[in-house]
Every structure is written in C-alpha cells, then in structure tokens.
Design a protein around this ligand. Sequence first.
Ligand SMILES: NC(=O)c1ccc[n+]([C@@H]2O[C@H](COP(=O)([O-])OP(=O)(O)OC[C@H]3O[C@@H](n4cnc5c(N)ncnc54)[C@H](OP(=O)(O)O)[C@@H]3O)[C@@H](O)[C@H]2O)c1
Length: 277
Amino acid sequence: MSTILVVGASGTVGSELSRLLASAGHTVRKATSRAPTEPDQVHLNLLTGDGIDAAFKGVDRAFFLAPPGHSRQDLLLNPLVDAAAARGLHKVVLMSAMGANADEAAPLRLAERHLEASGLAYNIIRPNWFMQNFNSFWLHGILSQGQILLPVGQAKGSFIDARDIAAVAAALLVSDRFNGQDFDLTGPEALDHQQVAAVLTQASGKDIGYTDISPEQMREGLLAAGLPADYAEFLLLILGYFKAGYAERRTDAVQLITGQAPRSVAQYAADYKAAWV
Ligand SMILES: NC(=O)c1ccc[n+]([C@@H]2O[C@H](COP(=O)([O-])OP(=O)(O)OC[C@H]3O[C@@H](n4cnc5c(N)ncnc54)[C@H](OP(=O)(O)O)[C@@H]3O)[C@@H](O)[C@H]2O)c1
C-alpha cells in the first residue's frame, strides 16, 4: 500500500479520487490551502509554496492539478514536480485539460513538459469539459433563468463525468502499466448544449434550455461573478475552442484504463438531478 498526496483533495475530482484510494487501502494525504481540520489533511498553498516540504514527507505517489482561477498553471505546478523529483517519488499523475498540448507555449503545456522532462514515472491525463460544470459553474443560469448560458453555438462536446476522471487517476497512480503515457479522457458520446439541456430536463423535471450567448455577455457574467480578468479571458479562449468543434472528439481511454465504460450524460443527470430543482 502507498502513501499518496492528493492536491485539490476537497475538489470535484480530488474528493472522489481520495475516496477511491482510501477505500482501496492506501494512505491518502489530502492537500488543502486552508487550515487543516482533519488528521489526513496537510496544508499546501500553491500560490505561495507554503507547506510543500511537509506535504511530501513520507509520500511515494502524488496527484497534481492546478486550481481553477489561475492562468499561469506552470508557476503553480512546476514546484510540485520539482519537489516530487527531489524526493524520488515512484509515480506522479498530472491532471491537465484536453487541448492543452495543442500549443507548446500554453502554461498548462509548459507544466506537462516539465513533468515529462523530470525523470519521474508519470501519466498526464487531459479530461474534456466536466459534466459537473452543469451543477457548479453553469448552475446559476440554470437556476435563475432555466437556461444553460454559453457562447458555444451548436458545437458538440464529449463531456466526461469527474467520477470517471477520478477512477482513471486512481488506477494510474498505483500501476506502472501505462508509465510515460498521456491520455485524453472523454465521455461516451458527443452532445451539443441543446441536447444536454434536454437530458437535464428529463432527469430533473425542471424545464431547462440552452441560450447561445455572445462572448461579450459571457465575459460580463464571468467578471460579475468575481473571476480575475486574465482567467475570464482564458475561459473565453477555451470556450472558443469548444465552439470551433475541438471538444467533440471521443477516446476509449476510460475503458482502457479502468475496464469500465465512462458514464453517460443521462447517468450523470440522474445522479445529480437534485441540483437543478
Ligand atoms: N471543469 C472542467 O470542465 C475542466 C475540464 C478539463 C480540465 N479541468 C481542470 O480541472 C482542474 C480543476 O479540478 P476540479 O474541478 O476537481 O477542482 P475544484 O473542484 O475546482 O477544486 C480545486 C481544488 O484546489 C484547491 N485549491 C484552491 N486553491 C489552492 C491553492 N492556492 N493551493 C492549493 N490548493 C488549492 C481547493 O482546495 P482547498 O480549498 O481545500 O485548498 C480545491 O480542492 C483545473 O486544473 C482545470 O483546468 C477542468
């Protein structure tokens, strides 16, 4: 059994990943930027570097992600990779994002390259857009206007359930089978947002539609919600990639790594239906 550091352990992917690893008998060290309140938590602030030494003590494997809200992900992630390499960890799994490797100069790609060059055994996972965005980031429009409000036209996305990302990360962390490989992770089908809205309506019984808003309206909404301007521009950029069709592709990576088919949007909607009423 291993001692595994999970960055983002209270978040969407990290909480499920921590649960899976603990239930498989591993010791999970849950990183938090807040003051720890549980014995299995450790303080680690990626913005300041506080807590890195203590977080890695006795750890042999680690899962890294960059918290959302920051557009220079390389500055947050590279010190973690350096710490892992200095301590000779057995394995690191980095969660990046589908499309991050399309631009060698993109900050997330720089972090990926840093890991690739580190000498560590690693995997990079690049999930597509999360299904869970519909019960978090995009929830306000659904609850206040009954609409998914996004500037992505009729483009389709092969959305992935964050629980499947966690299952992939859990499998990769404790296996050497796929070392050195990177995987784009998607759900089983590509749907446009009109189709997603219909699935959410069916599951929740609430009438949910989709409105294709302009990038300017999106920017206004993101800034009003308090997002930093540079991160709002980053989101608009990647929403533009969605609109251009780059999120439609499907892969079989979830099935290959976990042995299970990825969850459909309908399965996700049935499990989360309470969020939309
Ligand atoms: N949403 C999508 O559609 C999508 C698609 C592809 C890739 N991604 C990637 O997924 C990642 C986000 O994953 P997620 O949604 O699972 O995360 P999340 O739910 O947003 O949680 C973020 C985590 O980061 C921690 N955190 C915040 N500030 C921190 C800091 N300064 N230092 C250390 N930890 C900090 C938070 O924990 P504490 O509050 O306890 O510190 C929290 O657990 C991002 O890198 C994003 O690019 C997202």
